[in-house]
Design a binder for this molecule. Sequence first.
Ligand SMILES: Cc1cc2nc3c(=O)[nH]c(=O)nc-3n(C[C@H](O)[C@H](O)[C@H](O)COP(=O)(O)O)c2cc1C
Length: 348
Amino acid sequence: MNNAIVDKFFKRGRDFLGTHYPVMCGAMTWVSEPKLVSGVSNAGGFGCLAGGNTPIDILRGQIEQTRRLTDKPFAVNLITIAPLYKEHLALVKEMDVPFIIFAGSFPREKEIRIAKQSGAKVLTFASTQSIAERMIGYGVDGLILEGMEAGGHVGHVTLTILLQQVLFNFDQVPIFVAGGLASGRMCAHLLLMGAAGVQFGTRFAVATESIAHKKFKERFIKANARDAVSTPQIDSRLPVVAVRALRNRGHADFSKLQMELLKRLESGSIGRVEAQLEVESYWVGALRRAVMDGDTDYGSLMAGQSVGLITKEQSIQEIVDEVVGDIGKEFNKIHASLHLEGMPVETF
Ligand SMILES: Cc1cc2nc3c(=O)[nH]c(=O)nc-3n(C[C@H](O)[C@H](O)[C@H](O)COP(=O)(O)O)c2cc1C
């Protein structure tokens, strides 16, 4: 591997995260617990604990446990729309967590200020050019640019477009790219485009150390990219939050439920608020059922389209080594092909 090239393209992300490699494992509610998070950080990447809706004492315990398992940096992910969000924010500040990643909706300027008061580096997602601008204006230290190919809650724009809208137009803060990534080869090209690093979710959910149920992992390994679909919304009168997950019986029943509710809305036998509540409560607890209990029929099998690129279970270390190795190989290939064509390669 040509270390000079790898070092050049890893430098910004590596310095920012304080890791060997600018390879992040995105927070995954229920999946990203201390063992997975510390495992990724110990393997040279960057782990991220999922705040989700975790009770405050449990989250405190998880941060302490992660610290016992690794002396490497990791982040805590806070969901701004979670009922315990304010308490989570106070906790990570009190515990001097070095990296805070906001997810859900976009944090207010005041919340970013609070997070930074402890000295933490703050990252947010950026799903449009204007949001990226606003977040940089609010003082974030880094951005995560996630395409709609990703697993979990998703926006509506593909990574191809976001790269051109955001990555190509902002250089003030490091930008980490996510959504649909599974290969080091792809990561090499994103680094060449200006990404400071990359973030994977689905690939680490299938890692040997991941606590996800055996049946959950088996479904992932068998799935094709097209099986990871965004939650169906039948009619804009009953809005549905877009979540990318593997199609299953739960999806089919969810569509049926919406059709029934729409009929009842039209006949006047149910009000809009009550119908919307039924839509929103349908998936409550469904991710937990899939990840922890292995309910692959009715649970929420949140997965990115990257699932179609995953063919086996591997340890965290194997995943990180393979990704980093393939980044190096791709850089070498590009370097060699430029050289062959007689182009000056010293600056590459
Ligand atoms: C099972 C699952 C749960 C997730 N939960 C969260 C979460 O709680 N917070 C968050 O910011 N992102 C969450 N994500 C998104 C991931 O952190 C990551 O950005 C995404 O998976 C990247 O796309 P990929 O799955 O194609 O690699 C979740 C993803 C999955 C697959």
